[in-house]
Design a protein around this ligand. Structure first.
Ligand code: OAD
Length: 232
């Protein structure tokens, strides 16, 4: 019998910041060096697929060299006390490498390619490079299997189901600027405990029982862990 409470965690780029992966917004963020429209939209891909491939190749290379940090590890350790579901906006695989076993990638994965004519054809990417001329079995160019602005978020439905069933909800390292991910908190039961760990806590209006810990993921989660265990 599984009597563990259900802890659902929404993570964003901030959880991987201490692994050396850049966040998107703010000083030094990825959107300072690139135009989002160029590298994270279907229109950008149509205009210049080479630039888009380069952008994700660089990110894949950096992600392969990065290691999970204490924040990822604490979330993995919480599986001893809770049934943990991680809903991540990140396309890296640091949660999995830290040992988390139940990770939903809302925005896709850097380590998968998919066909541009048949979205059901998805392939693992070996190494760090996806090139112009790399094709699916039907002969069309492969693209990164990531969700771009203006595209559907296929995993949103399963993420919503988990959020609605949560006994505790935790948000780590996301500015909550991107929808629909940012809407998940509004589907969580109002009476359950909710926490946000972020050095620059985003404003969330109209949500009950929400506590903020204005710290980095590593230290904030270390502080929160014993409190969570008390609620287990
Ligand atoms: P953002 O860059 O918008 O926000 C990162 C958040 O992490 C901010 O709230 C920071 O304060 C916080 N942060 C920074 N360092 C941290 C640390 N050490 N520990 C904890 N938090 C820290 O990134 P996301 O909210 O993840 O989508 O962005 C959401 C989506 O926008 C991304 O998935 C991506 C992007 O455009 C697509 O590309 C589709």
């Amino acid at each position: 019998m599984n009597s563990m409470k259900k802890l659902v965690v929404l993570t964003g780029a901030g959880i991987s910041a201490e692994s050396g992966l850049a966040t998107f917004r703010g000083a030094g963020g990825l959107w300072e060096g690139y135009r989002l429209e160029d590298v994270a939209t279907p229109e950008g891909w149509d205009r210049n697929p080479g630039l888009v491939l380069d952008f994700y190749n660089q990110r894949r290379k950096t992600a392969l060299e990065a290691k999970p940090n204490k924040g990822h590890r604490i979330l993995a350790e919480l599986e001893k006390y809770f049934e943990v579901t991680i809903i991540t906006q990140n396309v890296d695989n640091l949660h999995e490498r830290a040992g988390s076993t139940n990770v939903i990638h809302l925005h896709g994965s850097l380590f998968e390619a998919r066909s541009t004519i048949d979205e059901t054809l998805v392939y693992p990417i070996k190494g760090w490079e996806l090139k112009l001329g790399d094709c699916c079995e039907k002969g069309s160019q492969l693209r990164p299997n990531v969700v771009w602005f203006g595209e559907q978020v296929p995993n949103m439905e399963v993420a919503l189901t988990h959020a609605m069933q949560a006994d505790i909800f935790l948000i780590v390292g996301t500015s909550l600027q991107v929808h629909p991910a940012a809407d998940l908190i509004y589907f969580v039961k109002s009476e359950i405990p909710k926490f946000i760990v972020d050095p620059d806590v985003p404003v969330v209006n109209g949500v009950d029982n929400l506590k903020s810990i204005a710290e980095k993921a590593s230290t904030g989660l270390a502080r929160l862990k014993p409190k969570l265990i008390q609620l287990a």
